[in-house]
Design a protein around this ligand. Structure first.
Ligand code: AHR
Length: 497
């Protein structure tokens, strides 16, 4: 198979907002307890944060982490997680049917996020609660002092405000599974009033309005249209969530799911623009893709989990090599929409559908999906370029006209480097890629990183990292032309300098 790509310096999509490489920690399973936080672990620091996990996260350069949910937030009383630990209540956690000890809460999370160099993206409960609790939480977190909630924060040892800038107005409010599920009209009104009041407390914040939980929701994209019609001027982003799975073992279709992701983003862009036009508004609505990943491996095992236990091993998907390819392709798709997608969160970060796994009291390890996420976050900073691609295509059961080559490029003006990210979706053939970069001048291949494996179902474990990248990719560049060989089903980062 042969594919061609042209990169032109002037064909830019947008400057990439680094928050596109965000992630997510929910009070769910072992994400917090036994994940980022495990006092008594041999590698825990004085606050109980696991150093081994923090190190793996720091390598990923995660810029922002969403917290505390997810479905969890829709039943959460944030006041349960502040103040002296001995006074914090144990409660039934209804979203995931566990017991929440509240040993870890807002301040612990803010401290932890700071320690790994990430901003906090905080969600408020618009399921069981509303405007009043949201305004108290933001007063507690962001107000300098001299009021009940801000002084309480000081009393808890935080003299300076947390200055949390990005806030989610609830979570997946379109889903009947959500505690306090709302119609689009109900949510539009509630989110408008909550955003208004939160911005009265702190006018510097940005807020995210909930959109559809996935493209199969019966209310997609009407939920966005109706709720944005009500809250458009008060909110800054609309959220998108999407998970995929290879349930029928149809890898050709599975690897094409990023086309559905692309369709999702295009639809929501158009929906936002329709509301903007309808309102004669000058404001562009940006997108926060604040949950995305592969999620299906653990579905059956989760049904066997005993309810009302503390931090059980929920949603512990063990990712295969082919999952890493789709994650790479999803990252490529997000980058192709860098003009509108300003925030995205790989859901989640540790143990729960996560790139990083831990053993309670033991070690930690990188799943297969860790690698494309790492590569995009480290090498995908700068300006997203719009490649002109010509690739042979295939049809699968679920998709037609799927290009074998899925690719995007990023130009880093500070380093004067280009990174070409590419997936060869072919299950049988390698792709000979020719890339024209003449407008950039004479660049050389600085490194060609490849993630490949003969076994699409290969996984990593604590004992053995079967799927790991190597830097022996076959490519060369001369006089503004790059040629590369992309073996069947593989992920690539070609760094040109
Ligand atoms: O990330 C796991 C769950 O997926 C989140 O709690 C919820 O928002 C989504 O349905």
């Amino acid at each position: 198979l042969n594919a061609k790509m042209t990169l032109e310096k002037e064909f830019t999509i947008a400057e990439i907002d680094p928050r596109i490489y965000g992630s997510f920690i929910e009070h769910l399973g072992r994400a917090v307890y036994g994940g980022i936080y495990e006092p008594g672990h041999p590698d825990a620091d004085e606050k109980g944060y696991r150093r081994d996990v923090s190190k793996l996260i720091a390598d990923l350069r995660v810029p922002i982490v969403r917290y505390p949910g997810g479905n969890f937030v829709s039943g959460y009383n944030w006041e349960d997680g502040i103040g002296p630990r001995e006074n914090r209540p144990r409660k039934l956690e209804l979203a995931w049917r566990t017991i929440e000890t509240n040993e870890f809460g807002t301040n612990e999370f803010v401290d932890w996020a700071r320690s790994v160099g990430a901003q906090v993206m905080m969600a408020v409960n618009l399921g069981t609660r509303g405007i009043d609790e949201a305004r108290s939480l933001i007063e507690y977190c962001n107000h300098p002092g001299g009021t009940y909630w801000s002084d309480l924060r000081k009393q808890h040892g935080y003299a300076r405000p947390h200055a949390i800038k990005t806030w989610c107005l609830g979570n997946e409010m379109d889903g009947p599974w959500q505690i306090g599920h709302k119609t689009a009209e109900e949510y539009g009104r509630l989110s408008l009033e909550t955003a208004k009041v939160m911005k009265w407390v702190d006018p510097t914040i940005e807020v995210v309005s909930c959109g559809s939980s996935n493209t199969n929701m019966p209310t997609f994209p009407e939920y966005e249209a109706t709720s944005l019609d009500l809250n458009y001027e008060a909110v800054d982003y609309v959220s998108l969530h999407q998970y995929y799975g290879n349930r029928t073992n149809d890898t050709a279709s599975f690897l094409a799911y990023s086309m559905d992701l692309d369709h999702f983003i295009r639809t929501i862009k158009s929906t936002c623009d329709y509301i903007q036009a309808k309102k004669r508004s000058k404001k562009t609505m940006y997108l926060s893709f604040d949950e995305w990943n592969v999620w299906f491996h653990s579905n059956e095992a989760d049904k066997q989990i005993e309810p009302w236990t503390i931090a059980p091993p929920q949603l512990e998907d063990i990712y295969t090599f082919e999952d890493a390819l789709l994650v790479g392709s999803m990252l490529i798709t997000l980058l192709k929409h860098a003009d509108r997608v300003k925030i995205a969160c790989l859901a989640q970060l540790v143990n729960v559908i996560a790139p990083i796994m831990t053993v309670n009291g033991g070690g930690s390890w990188r799943q297969t999906i860790y690698y494309p996420y790492l590569h995009a976050s480290v090498y995908g900073r700068g300006i997203a370029l719009q490649p002109v691609v010509s690739s042979p295509k295939y049809d699968s059961k679920a998709f037609t006209d799927v290009p074998y080559l899925d690719s995007v490029a990023v130009f880093n003006p500070e380093l004067e480097e280009i990174a070409v990210f590419a997936v060869n979706r072919s299950l049988n053939d390698s792709l000979a890629l020719e890339c024209d970069i003449r407008s950039f001048g004479d660049y050389r291949v600085a490194e060609h990183i490849v993630l490949e494996h003969d076994d699409l179902k290969a996984v990593n474990t604590l004992q053995e990292e079967r799927v790991r990248p190597h830097a022996n990719g076959r490519s060369s560049a001369s006089e503004g032309r790059v040629t590369a060989v992309l073996p069947k089903h593989s992920w690539h980062v070609i760094r040109l300098a």
